[in-house]
Design a protein around this ligand. Structure first.
Ligand code: HDE
Length: 690
């Protein structure tokens, strides 16, 4: 049963956590055994005929150990192979019972355990985190009424409108089949050939070329259910609904050059960030939002509300924030939890139903099907991470890896021997599908109302700030310049001229294509909610590299470090060698990184401490200036105190905070700390001239 109390206050224990506890095995201080429970006396040497003789077949211990090892891998997910998960809990703010029967959305006292898996889509399990890609955002709610899965992405639309095209789209974006190149990238011929020939992808391509595809952190991106679902209340009244996750830290992205460097310096950048945030008690939070349309208003909009390539602009249909999810516990075991979790948009609870969105309809088949080969059979729901906390009783039996022992002779319905149990529960909590009226001829066709491929792509473009527009143009240019076939590049520019003549003309500059003579745009509308510029700005959990050496100026640095800590900023000292450095008055600081192991791309901001001697030592390493200059080029906040100001590429400008600015010529902290923190909260200083 779900906890009635807040798990963050109670040792992070949820009903799911208690259930998992039954499967956790702690081996500290225990004897080594085989899988049969036999105590092992020796684990270094195989059983041999003589010291230098052959290994014997009868060495059951060797055979068992090696056989298990030989089979330790399972197929990676065909899409979303690289992912990272965490446990948490969800609570609704106020009862949503006038819209939905779902119990976890009706009772504000109910704490529902969740497991979330974030992922990239195209790359293999071992690819890097910071590639240009859509991010998966899949949530399993372990509710009292059974598991509910909200299997979403960090972008609200999709590349295609009908599930039958999914294999084609994925084949096009994955590495090309003849040579398995390139890994985890859309910058290649087949992806862009698909885009050029399947114009329904235009809107989603705009999102994929935007900064949304480069999240700074899983903690700083939105999530979307994408499809239109249905809420149904106890009276049977339905509302169309779209789901949103809004991160309380706001939405923030990396810059492209930075993502490429991080991919080499720390391929685990996003997963490490999530892990460390949870370990240090900075629990990521997301508010759940819903947009709702009463059933009778289905046809009141310019777009078809069932088309998954369309958003419902927030200015038209407001997002109502109805609850909050907090992630507060890392996994104990990546494979057992993150790798074996099986999501499915068809895992629903009473009060949540589907619509006829043809993309959603196809997904309802695919997700169980894929687990059969990935998790090896029909009993994957019995794997601990997948088990509902609600009891399971049915007549399903047997199959690979069956764990449950169902006593008794009866495994059919209707039966007399077992009093007809387990028995269905009509109209008393049993799931009943919404009795939507459906009528039609069997056709392989797309509705006419799905045919507008460009208006919302233009809406997205129009809603961007100039900085975001420039990033989109550069992304198109980067990607298309990796496309070898000239005719594909040309076709892509022609397709996007239908979105905006300006966009096509700007992409064309520098990639040798000829933009068609179109100057208009498919829509003049805009939706400010689409821009990331208007997001929440907070310094919390931002990482600052403190460049300091021996005899650093203690008086100024210690004060600022205290202020940073109070603001929730994480400061880590980078110096020439690990160990401790000593300030000019004997105070000490632990060095976390050397210039050899750290890079500015792994930090949000840089702080250069004062102190002539230490700085001279730092500057003797060529990497030091590169560190500062790169942070500057990536629009990051740079703070410099006292003599540290000497190594700034520019002494003033947006996001450059110094002790000079206030009291020119004088050394002293002034209000440096608060100005530095305020600048960090801005995330990036886009107006900086370089
Ligand atoms: Fe998925 N998708 N998908 N997808 N998807 C899978 O299921 C599929 C789509 C999404 O962390 C697979 O268990 C089809 C949209 C996420 O484990 C597979 C179509 C959205 C994850 C599958 C779509 C998603 C998946 C592969 C077109 C956003 C990772 C492994 C109709 C709303 C879940 C698996 C995790 C995973 C099929 C389109 C999100 C093959 C056929 C749209 C977040 O079943």
């Amino acid at each position: 049963m779900n906890n009635k109390h807040d798990p963050s206050q109670a040792g992070r224990t949820t009903a799911k956590d208690k259930q998992l506890d039954a499967y956790r095995v702690h081996s500290e201080g225990k004897k080594l055994t085989t899988n049969q429970g036999l105590t092992v006396s020796e684990d270094e040497h195989s059983l041999k005929a003589g010291d230098r003789g052959p290994t014997l077949m009868e060495d059951f211990h060797f055979r068992e150990k090696m056989t298990h090892f030989d089979h330790e891998r399972i197929p990676e997910r065909i899409v979303h192979a690289r992912g990272f998960g965490a446990h948490g809990y969800f609570r609704v703010y106020e009862s949503m019972e006038s819209y939905t029967m779902a119990k976890f959305l009706r009772d504000p006292n109910l704490v529902t355990p969740v497991f979330v898996r974030f992922s990239t889509v195209a790359g293999s399990r071992g690819s890097s985190d910071t590639v240009r890609d859509v991010r998966g955002f899949a949530t399993k709610f372990y509710t009292e009424e059974g598991n509910y899965d909200l299997v979403g992405n960090n972008m609200p639309v999709f590349f295609i409108q009908d599930a039958i095209k999914f294999p084609d789209f994925i084949h096009a974006v994955k590495p090309e089949p003849h040579n398995e190149i390139p890994q985890a990238q859309s910058a290649h011929d087949t992806f862009w050939d698909f885009v050029a020939n399947n114009t329904e992808s235009a809107h989603m391509v705009m999102w994929a070329m935007s900064d949304r595809a480069l999240p700074r952190s899983f903690r700083m991106m939105e999530g979307f259910g994408v499809h239109t679902f249905r809420f149904v209340n106890a009276e049977g009244k339905a509302h169309f609904v779209k789901f949103h996750w809004k991160p309380t830290l706001g939405m923030h992205s990396l810059v492209w050059d930075e993502t490429q460097k991080i991919a080499g310096k720390d391929p685990d950048f996003n997963r490490r960030d999530l892990w460390e945030a949870i370990e240090s008690g900075n629990y990521p939070e997301y508010e759940l939002g819903v947009q709702m349309i009463p059933e009778e208003d289905e046809f009141k909009f310019e777009f078809d509300i069932l088309d998954p390539t369309k958003i419902w602009p927030e200015e038209l249909i407001p997002v109502r924030l109805i609850g909050k999810m907090t992630l507060n516990k890392n996994t104990d075991n990546f494979f057992a939890e993150t790798e074996q979790i099986a999501f499915h948009p068809g895992h629903v609870v009473p009060g949540i139903d589907f619509t006829n969105d043809p993309l959603l309809q196809g997904r309802l088949f695919s997700y169980t099907d894929t687990q059969l080969s990935r998790l090896g059979g029909p009993n994957f729901h019995e794997i601990p991470i997948n088990r509902p906390i609600a009891p399971v009783h049915n007549n399903q039996r047997d199959g690979m890896h069956r764990m449950t022992i169902n006593p008794g002779p009866v495994s059919y319905h209707n039966n007399g021997i077992a009093g007809n149990s387990p028995h269905p529960v009509p109209r008393q909590g049993g799931y009943e599908h919404y009795t939507e009226k459906v009528e039609g001829r069997k056709v392989r066709r797309r509705s006419e109302s799905f045919m507008d491929h460009y208006s919302q792509a233009a809406l997205f473009w129009n809603s961007m700030s100039e900085v975001e527009k420039q990033h989109i143009v550069s992304a198109f240019q980067f990607e298309l310049s990796k496309v070898k076939r000239k005719e594909i590049r040309q076709r892509v520019v022609e397709v996007f001229a239908n979105v905006s003549g300006e966009l096509a003309a700007r992409i064309s500059e520098g990639i040798g294509t000829i933009p068609p003579q179109i100057s208009g745009t498919a829509s003049t509308g805009s939706s400010p909610a689409l821009s990331m510029m208007n997001t929440v700005k907070s310094p919390k959990t931002r990482k600052v590299a403190v460049l300091a050496g021996n005899r650093f100026r203690e008086q100024t640095l210690f004060g600022v470090l205290t202020e940073l800590q109070a603001a929730g900023v994480i400061a880590e000292v980078v110096s020439t060698r690990l160990g401790e450095i000593t300030g000019d008055q004997g105070g000490r600081l632990e060095v976390m990184h050397t210039l050899l192991s750290a890079d500015s791309v792994l930090f949000d901001a840089v702080l250069i401490a004062g102190g002539k001697e230490g700085l001279e030592e730092l500057v003797s390493e060529p990497k030091l200036l590169e560190f500062v200059n790169e942070a500057f080029r990536h629009y990051k906040t740079i703070g410099a105190m006292d003599e540290g100001t000497a190594i700034l590429p520019q002494k003033e400008g947006p996001g450059v905070i110094t002790t000079l600015t206030e009291e020119a010529g004088k050394i002293g902290p002034g209000n440096f700390g608060s100005r530095f923190i305020e600048a960090i909260a801005q995330h990036r200083h886009w107006t900086r001239k370089k």
